[in-house]
Design a binder for this molecule. Structure first.
Ligand SMILES: Cc1cc2nc3c(=O)[nH]c(=O)nc-3n(C[C@H](O)[C@H](O)[C@H](O)COP(=O)(O)OP(=O)(O)OC[C@H]3O[C@@H](n4cnc5c(N)ncnc54)[C@H](O)[C@@H]3O)c2cc1C
Ligand code: SF4
Length: 581
């Protein structure tokens, strides 16, 4: 294996410092509380993002035509549990969306209606892809197949989730916001519901004056729609062995800003580097950017979505998606778009990058995985929203069919995904991304062949685990600009504009080892877009150092889980309140 991911020196490999977590013991509850102490619902959906809410809406559409089954599901036929203050509060995407599945979900809405509702910002009519060989140069190249976006729609997933929430509530869904599902309830080998987290605990877990214990929610079927690396999804994967025979999941981290600009941007732009990343394979860096025009029809404002995505396979501990985005903004190509504008939003989120071979088995007794929880993102094209919606709808159909027939197996969902646009599109690019783990120069041509042949070449390309990369403290950081607070920003002022509101005395929801080699501590410090990890100033240059975890800054991007730690659910209502990302 090549040098950047050679794990022979274990000590500087994140996997050698596993987080103190036993997910099956802590996050799986064996058996339900007595009947009079629990809430009973028809279908429990964990996660009010695009995928979970597509499932809720489709289920209610199907149930509306079948009063008998609806009746059998009781007073609360569909419940959605969402940890953010409102649906959308923790959702972030690029986000240029393939329109088909959303049109299928709400067939009466036109794309003009989407824009009037305020979650869509225009159809893509022009696009351009550039290489950025240096901090000054950009070279336009013919648009590679995955970047062809003609006809797609620029949206905000945060705003789309708010719209989907409103539709679901009108159709009769019970949406519990500010509520984290902290345990999967398993009885006789099947998922029978979830338990919500306690509220009002202090730093050391002690109950405070406003303490409210969590509650068991018993359900006929449970949908895990938790997004990238879900808390309960991880526990379910272990409990039911859902990743057996699959490739490991790998991750990418994206940081995004939305700018109000004086001049409308007339095209969608992608850049493929290599600048500001290092081309040398030793750094293990693969990433790219987007700049999307967003015309807000409600306010008349011209907005631009800009973001940087980096694979979490990298080896240089000083790789920071946030600072890479700030660096990218100093390129003349970007300056001329943002000049005279104002930043109105910022956010960060990880996404699953492994594609088809890394998708876990999607059903288990009593439950299914949808959207990013099931790894349904095509990272060649940076597209997951349409797969999330489609998978939510397919899960709804399988669950409805099982409930209507009084059956319990949800296995038909697996087959439905495989035969749908999700399965087909994921299959076509199943081996396209893996060659890039060998670096852009070596892997680029092979990846190109895979894309052009649309998956016709046989075989299964393996993935290397992100937490098994050997880390070193390199020079990526040397190009980061000093934030000026107007055009380039530091992490903390960025977190501030997310509306992040985590109680100062809340228990710590980030699990990492607190004493690790400097290489690992630096990895976490630079990687975290919210500036959560600090190394004391007087810590030694080499060897083990302490790690300070300022967890109240966390925006729940999930990246730490890829590089040796674990994000668990904080108290419901904590974290960012994204509006338009
Ligand atoms: C930087 C970036 C750029 C992207 N760009 C594009 C793009 O341009 N086009 C595209 O199509 N796709 C893009 N994607 C992918 C796309 O955004 C995702 O595939 C999609 O938004 C995921 O939707 P989801 O509903 O599965 O998960 P999420 O949107 O993550 O929703 C999950 C929800 O579950 C909640 N939740 C999680 N766990 C719990 C729990 N235990 N209890 C209660 N609530 C919980 C979360 O708060 C969240 O609201 C991008 C992704 C990223 C990160
Ligand atoms: S601490 Fe929070 S914001 Fe920082 S990397 Fe971990 S999950 Fe992301």
């Amino acid at each position: 294996m090549s040098s950047h991911n050679d794990s022979s020196n274990d000590k500087v490999v994140p996997a050698a410092w596993p987080p103190p977590v036993d997910s099956q013991k802590e996050f799986v509850k064996r058996g339900l509380d007595p009947e009079d102490e629990l809430i009973e619902v028809g279908v429990a959906i964990v996660g009010g993002g695009t995928a979970g809410l597509a499932c809720a809406n489709r289920l209610l559409q199907l149930l509306a035509d079948d009063p008998e089954t609806l009746e059998r599901l009781g007073e609360v036929p569909v419940a959605v549990v969402e940890k953010a203050k409102t649906c959308g509060g923790h959702n972030l995407s690029g986000a240029v969306m393939r329109p088909g599945p959303l049109q299928e979900l709400f067939p009466d809405l036109t794309r003009e209606d989407w824009r009037k509702e305020g979650f869509a910002f225009g159809e893509v009519t022009k696009e351009a892809v550039y290489l950025t060989p240096t901090s000054k140069l950009s070279v336009r190249i013919p648009t590679p197949p995955p970047f062809k976006n003609h006809g797609n729609e620029v949206i905000s997933v945060a705003a789309l989730a708010r719209y989907q929430q409103q539709q679901a509530e009108e159709a009769g869904a019970y949406i519990l916001t500010e509520t984290a599902a902290t345990q999967l309830i398993v009885e006789d080998g099947a998922v029978v519901g979830v338990r919500s987290g306690d509220k009002g605990r202090g730093k050391d877990g002690e109950p405070l004056g406003n303490f409210e214990p969590g509650t068991d929610m018993k359900a006929h079927a449970t949908v895990l729609a938790e997004g990238c690396w879900g808390h309960l999804t991880g526990a379910a994967i272990k409990e039911f062995n859902l990743a057996e025979g699959r490739e490991p999941q790998v991750w990418e981290l994206g940081v995004k800003e939305v700018w109000k600009v004086p001049q409308p941007l007339d095209r969608l732009i992608h850049t493929m580097g290599p600048w500001p990343l290092k081309l040398s394979h030793k750094y293990g860096q693969i990433g790219g950017t987007w700049i999307y025009p967003m015309k807000n029809e409600k306010t008349g404002e011209d907005l631009v979505s800009i973001g940087f995505v980096v694979e979490l396979e990298y080896a240089d501990a000083t790789t920071s998606a946030h600072d890479l985005l700030q660096t990218f903004k100093t390129h003349p190509l970007v300056r001329k778009i943002l000049a005279g504008g104002e930043r109105v939003a910022w956010g960060a989120k990880a996404l699953p990058g492994g594609g088809y071979w890394s998708m876990p088995k999607l059903s288990m007794p009593g439950a299914v995985l949808v959207g990013d929880s099931g790894g349904m993102v095509d990272t060649m094209a940076l597209k997951g929203v349409h797969h999330c919606i489609k998978s939510g709808m397919l899960a709804a159909r399988s669950i409805y069919a099982a409930l209507a027939r009084g059956e319990s197996s949800l296995a038909s969902y697996e087959q439905a995904i495989e035969e749908s646009s999700v399965g087909k599109e994921m299959w076509e690019v199943r081996n396209a991304r893996q060659p890039l783990q060998r670096g852009l120069l070596l892997g680029g041509p092979l990846s190109g062949i895979q894309q052009i042949t649309k998956g016709r070449l046989p075989g299964r390309a393996a993935w290397h685990r992100n937490d098994e990369t050997r880390m070193f403290v390199g020079k990526t950081k040397d190009v980061y600009p000093k934030p000026d607070g107007k055009y380039t920003f530091d992490k903390l002022s960025s977190v501030f504009i997310t509306g992040n509101a985590t109680r100062d005395d809340a228990p710590n929801h980030i699990r990492v080892q607190k004493r690790v080699p400097r290489e690992i501590a630096e990895t976490w410090r630079w990687m975290c877009p919210a500036g959560v990890y600090e190394i004391p100033e007087d810590a030694p240059e080499h060897g083990e150092v302490d790690v300070i975890v300022n967890y109240t800054n966390c925006v729940q991007c999930g990246a730490i889980t890829a590089k040796g730690g674990r994000l668990t659910t904080p108290e419901g209502g904590d974290g960012p309140l994204y509006q338009i990302v």
